[in-house]
Design a protein around this ligand. Structure first.
Ligand SMILES: [Zn+2]
Length: 348
């Protein structure tokens, strides 16, 4: 196994965006008159866009990443990971450029996914804000007052957009902030917010809003169950912005010189992320991971392979390459699958 440079991988999406992904990757920016749009770039993806065959990462040698991992799980993931998660990376990473506000939606928990979707993974996710239009952007997270089943059903049927948004916490975000979005939590990303998104490796989404986004087919059915039935996985309880702030949001944690974990500790059963600065960190331990370089340029060395990296590089690093030496002056985020012991604890 060797480190692999991941090229852009943009399955078609219904919402506007994509310019920031092209700029980040230093590719020509082409205005997209969609839909579909290239508003997401899936990194190290072992899954496909729900109900389609696209989205899975293909390696430069032509193989699907998931097939390469299946052929050499310990080489890619390490024995401890495979013992806990099997031959599954346990991680889906995305660049997401919200060129418009996204619809309010949520994702199922592992328990819901086990019961209804034949999957050991749900889709807890987390965001690292990379940029916003202007100094700050906005996201919507959780209802600020409890929402009854009847109200939620009415919203889903009647689609009053201002009423739904008004019921949610509107939270300002800046580049460097990190936010954990646990399964079930209703959420939406505001216009102009560009994020790096870590997720469990599935494409399970349950939409509360559909009409304004042309998703009319979801009224009858989402995730293979009734449209309303799928909403059973949405958290209708009240969250205050101070509760959300204390439990799920960490401000300014992704910055040069930082060496701490990015997300709250209880995210470790789902994924991990560490800010990496080659000026203050000479090396990284072995581990399946995806390095996203945000600024600067330098080299990574594993075994006898040395690879140049620079802002916009996304590199998949298999466990089997061993320790990773860093040189030059670059800064980025290393994204990792769940800690195997924490993963096992969340399955209990
Ligand atoms: Zn989401």
């Amino acid at each position: 196994v060797q480190p692999v440079v991941l090229a852009a991988n943009q399955p078609p999406k219904f919402y506007r965006g994509g310019r920031r992904i092209s700029e980040f990757r230093q590719l020509p920016v082409t205005d997209q008159h969609g839909p579909p749009y290239g508003s997401e770039d899936w990194l190290g993806s072992t899954v496909s866009n729900y109900g389609t065959a696209v989205g899975a990462t293909r390696l430069p040698d032509g193989r699907l990443l998931r097939d390469a991992i299946a052929a050499d799980p310990v080489g890619y993931l390490g024995a401890e990971h495979v013992a806990a998660l099997g031959a599954n990376s346990g991680l889906l990473l995305k660049l997401l450029d919200a060129g418009e506000r996204l619809p309010v939606h949520c994702h199922p928990s592992r328990a819901f996914a086990r019961m209804h979707l034949d999957s050991m993974f749900g889709k807890t996710e987390a965001w690292i804000v990379l940029a916003t239009d202007g100094d700050e952007g906005f996201v919507y997270l959780g209802f600020h007052d409890p929402v009854s089943d009847e109200t939620l059903d009415n919203w889903f049927t009647a689609q009053p957009p201002s009423e739904i948004l008004a019921a949610m916490n509107r939270i300002s975000v800046r580049a460097g902030d990190a936010i954990l979005v646990q399964a079930g939590m209703p959420h939406a990303i505001g216009a102009g917010v560009f994020i790096l998104e870590l997720q469990e490796p599935t494409d399970f989404s349950v939409m509360l809003e559909w009409k304004a986004f042309g998703l009319d087919s979801l009224v009858e059915s989402q995730l293979g169950m009734g449209g309303l039935e799928a909403l059973a996985c949405m958290d209708r309880s009240a969250w205050s912005s101070s509760q959300l702030e204390a439990r799920f949001i960490r401000r300014g944690v992704v910055r040069r010189g930082a060496i701490e974990g990015v997300f709250p500790d209880d995210a470790g059963g789902y994924f991990r992320a560490v800010a990496v600065d080659s000026v203050t960190t000479a090396g990284l331990d072995a581990g399946y991971s995806i390095l996203v370089v945000l600024e600067g340029a330098g080299l990574i060395t594993t075994g006898d392979v040395t690879m140049p990296v620079s802002a916009g590089s996304t590199i998949l690093i298999p466990y089997g390459v061993g320790n990773i030496a860093l040189s030059g002056e670059f800064f980025g985020v290393r994204c990792l699958p769940p800690d195997p012991a924490s993963f096992a604890a969340t399955q209990a």
